[in-house]
Design a protein around this ligand. Sequence first.
Ligand SMILES: CC(C)(COP(=O)(O)OP(=O)(O)OC[C@H]1O[C@@H](n2cnc3c(N)ncnc32)[C@H](O)[C@@H]1OP(=O)(O)O)[C@@H](O)C(=O)NCCC(=O)NCCS
Length: 172
Amino acid sequence: MQILETPRLILREFRTEDVDALALVLSDREAMRFYPEPFDRSGVEEWIGRNLRRYAKNGHGLWAMVLKENGELIGDCGLTVQEVDGASEIEIGYHVRRDHWGQSLATEAARACRDFGFARLPVERLISLIRPENLASRRVAEKNGMTIWKEVIRVGLPHLVYSIRKDQTAAR
Ligand SMILES: CC(C)(COP(=O)(O)OP(=O)(O)OC[C@H]1O[C@@H](n2cnc3c(N)ncnc32)[C@H](O)[C@@H]1OP(=O)(O)O)[C@@H](O)C(=O)NCCC(=O)NCCS
C-alpha cells in the first residue's frame, strides 16, 4: 500500500519479498556502523516482519523508500513508537542505500513523514533518536526542523533525542 509521495520518492508498506533489496541497505557494514552490527538475512526478514506488525497495530511503521524514476527500493523511512524515559514517543527513522547518500533523499522522506505524523496522528511532538557520532543523521534531523531535546542511554549507548513540536512546523 502506498502511503506517501514526494517529488522523487514513494513511501509504501514493506512486503516480505523486499528482503533482498532491503539487505543492500541494512547489511552494509559502513551504513550500519552506528548499530551493534549489520543485519544478516534473517535480521532483515525480522525487520520487515516487525514493520508489518507495526502497520497492523499502529497504522504506521518504517515504510519502504522507492525511487520514482526506476521503482528501486533504496531505503526506508517512517514513524515508529519508541519508549523514551518511560513515555511513548513517535520517532522518525531513516536508512538510505549508500550509493544514494548525499542527495537529500533522507531529508525529503523525513519531512514527508513529519508532515504525515502531525496531520494524521494525535501527537504534539515527533522525535529522532540518534547516536551523537552519527553526524549525517543529526544533520537530517536538523534539516527536518528538529533540535536536541535531551540525551538518553539506549542499548547501553548514549543517544541524542532530537525533537520538533507541532507548533514549530507552521513556518517550515
Ligand atoms: C543518515 C542517512 C539516512 C542520511 O541519508 P542521506 O539521504 O544521505 O541524507 P541527506 O542527503 O538528506 O542529508 C545528509 C546531510 O548530512 C551531511 N553529512 C553527511 N555525512 C556527514 C558527516 N560525516 N559529517 C557531517 N555531515 C555529514 C550531508 O552533507 C547532508 O547535509 P547538507 O545537506 O547540509 O549538506 C544515511 O547516511 C544512512 O542511511 N546512514 C545509515 C543509517 C543510519 O544511520 N540511519 C539513521 C539512524 S539514527
